[in-house]
Design a protein around this ligand. Structure first.
Ligand SMILES: [Zn+2]
Length: 137
C-alpha cells in the first residue's frame, strides 16, 4: 500500500471541532464532520445516533452538502465531542465516501500526528460498486 499524504486543512479541522463543541449535546449527537467542497466552501454536520443504525456524521454530511447544492467534496474530517479530537471514519463511511467521492481525502490521526490521506488508502483492495453493475440499456 502506498500512502500519499497531503497538507492538513486545519481550518476544516477547526470547523468540525467547533461544531463538535457547540452542537453535540447529549447522546444523540456525539460526532461532527466537516468537508471542504470543490468550490472552497465548508459544509458541516453531526451524526444522528439511533440504535437501529442512525447515520454517522460523515453520512449526514453528504446529505447536508447535497441540500446546499454541493456535490463535489475534496476533503473530510470527523471530530468527536468532549474534546476527543479527530476520529477516523468507520468501515461503512469509508465505503460510502469512496463510492460518492473516489478521490476524496480524509484527515486522520491524533494530536500533532494528524495527516491527510486518500480514501483509497483507508480502504485497500476495495469494492467499487460502480465496477460491478451490469450495463442495462
Ligand atoms: Zn461511519
Amino acid at each position: 500500500m502506498t500512502t500519499q499524504t497531503s497538507p492538513v486543512d486545519h481550518e476544516l479541522v477547526q470547523a468540525a471541532t467547533d461544531v463538535a463543541r457547540t452542537r453535540c449535546q447529549g447522546d444523540n449527537h456525539t460526532m461532527a464532520a466537516a468537508a471542504r467542497a470543490r468550490d472552497g466552501r465548508i459544509v458541516t454536520a453531526v451524526n444522528a445516533y439511533h440504535f437501529t443504525g442512525g447515520p454517522c456524521a460523515e453520512l449526514v454530511l453528504i446529505g447536508a452538502a447535497a441540500a446546499r447544492g454541493v456535490h463535489e467534496l475534496d476533503t473530510v474530517v470527523a471530530v468527536g465531542d468532549r474534546d476527543r479530537g479527530v476520529v477516523p471514519p468507520c468501515g461503512r463511511c469509508r465505503q460510502v465516501l469512496l463510492d460518492y467521492f473516489p478521490a476524496i481525502e480524509v484527515i486522520v490521526g491524533e494530536g500533532d500526528r494528524i495527516r491527510t490521506v486518500l480514501i483509497t488508502d483507508l480502504l485497500p483492495e476495495s469494492y467499487v460498486w460502480s465496477d460491478h453493475q451490469l450495463d442495462v440499456e
